[in-house]
Design a protein around this ligand. Structure first.
Ligand SMILES: Cc1cc2nc3c(=O)[nH]c(=O)nc-3n(C[C@H](O)[C@H](O)[C@H](O)COP(=O)(O)OP(=O)(O)OC[C@H]3O[C@@H](n4cnc5c(N)ncnc54)[C@H](O)[C@@H]3O)c2cc1C
Length: 316
């Protein structure tokens, strides 16, 4: 495939700036998302580490391409047309995870590409409690920060002290928690909404590692019994409207098991759409629209997506 901005120039740039990360072209996003659908990311970069990412962004900035960060793709619906611009993959790239001293206390520093369940286990290993909810969230720390991911009464930002961000020029900044507007599955910077997360400092309460591991085990068992984890999915498709559970509204409209192409409303959990095999992103999006329209008509409630839909809008 030809790229009007020149794959050659971008490849040359990596050599010229001695970048050690991986530059790829046309990576299929079905391989990079938990729903297993979606077109290709035209240009993607997987940095070796944070300084490498900074160098890449600084060097590629003159191309003036849209920039997108992707973690484990567990909250993404990438359209079949794929992603233009540059996609930065953080998982297994920004992977620093360590205990740091903060005055008399210890905090955990986790980079954006660390898997959220790994942070939960690391926290238990160091005899903290409170991170257990992250064990069942199949995303990265960066994704959890961007989404304020949460469950069972806890949210990511409840435990954040400060974060490290990067802008499109590769500049790194430390930002305090107070510099963000935080709400249900939503995080907005008060100052610069074009920054991305490269890491965060987390504080959990001192406690028992054994108790934390036991809690993780129970939470994971609960998920297996409640969610269709045997089929590709993207977690909860819709946000819970104030005063309602999206799953209950969808179930009340008898939509469990409804299919469009290879996409199906899970018979196990009505707020999950599963890929039964060969679903396209278009199938999923059409099914989402159908659910929104039926729930609005029959229940009088508007549903809004929790899943992030990325890529050029398809016609029809
Ligand atoms: C089976 C299953 C269960 C789930 N359960 C839960 C749950 O209980 N609670 C919950 O909240 N979510 C849940 N999710 C959704 C998802 O796991 C979370 O939203 C997770 O935090 C997304 O992380 P990710 O790395 O996969 O992000 P991605 O899906 O890769 O990205 C999600 C969004 O975050 C942005 N993003 C990713 N990394 C960065 C970064 N470094 N800087 C800035 N923006 C970034 C992306 O651009 C995108 O907009 C579930 C998903 C699945 C598949």
């Amino acid at each position: 495939m030809r790229h009007e901005f020149g794959t050659r120039e971008l490849s040359d740039l990596c050599v010229r700036h001695s970048l050690r990360g991986r530059l790829d072209f046309d990576v299929g996003m079905a391989k990079k998302t938990s729903l297993k659908v979606g077109g290709a990311a035209r240009v993607s970069f997987t940095p070796l580490n944070c300084p490498d990412l900074s160098d890449f962004l600084r060097a590629s900035e003159p191309f003036n391409l849209p920039l997108m960060f992707v973690g484990l793709g567990s909250n993404l619906l990438v359209r079949d047309e794929g992603l233009s611009g540059i996609t930065v993959f953080t998982h297994k790239a920004l992977s620093e995870l360590e205990l740091q001293l903060d005055g008399q206390d210890s905090v955990i520093y986790a980079e954006a590409g660390v898997a959220a369940p790994k942070l939960a286990r690391f926290s238990a290993l160091h005899h903290f409690e409170g991170a257990e909810f992250l064990a069942g969230i199949p995303g990265t720390v960066g994704g959890a920060l961007a989404m304020n991911a949460g469950c069972y009464g806890s949210e990511t930002w409840d435990h954040v002290l400060k974060v490290k961000t990067i802008d499109k020029f590769g500049n790194l900044k430390i930002r305090e928690k107070s510099e963000f507007y935080l709400s249900y599955r939503e995080v907005t910077s008060k100052y610069d909404q074009s920054e991305f997360f490269v890491g965060g400092w987390f504080r959990f309460r001192r406690g028992s590692g054994d108790r934390s591991r036991e809690k993780i085990k129970n939470l994971l068992a609960r998920r297996v019994s409640e969610q269709p984890l045997d089929k590709p999915n993207c977690g909860s498709v819709f946000r819970n409207p104030p005063g309602y559970y999206a799953a209950q509204l969808i179930e009340n409209c008898d939509l469990k098991g409804k299919t469009i192409g290879g996409a199906m409303i899970s018979p196990k959990h009505a707020n999950f759409i599963v890929n039964t095999g060969g679903a396209s992103a278009r199938d999923v999006e059409l099914l989402m629209r159908e659910v929104q329209s039926v729930v609005a008509e029959r229940m009088g409630v508007d549903l809004y997506p929790e899943v992030k839909i990325l890529g050029a809008k398809q016609s029809g």
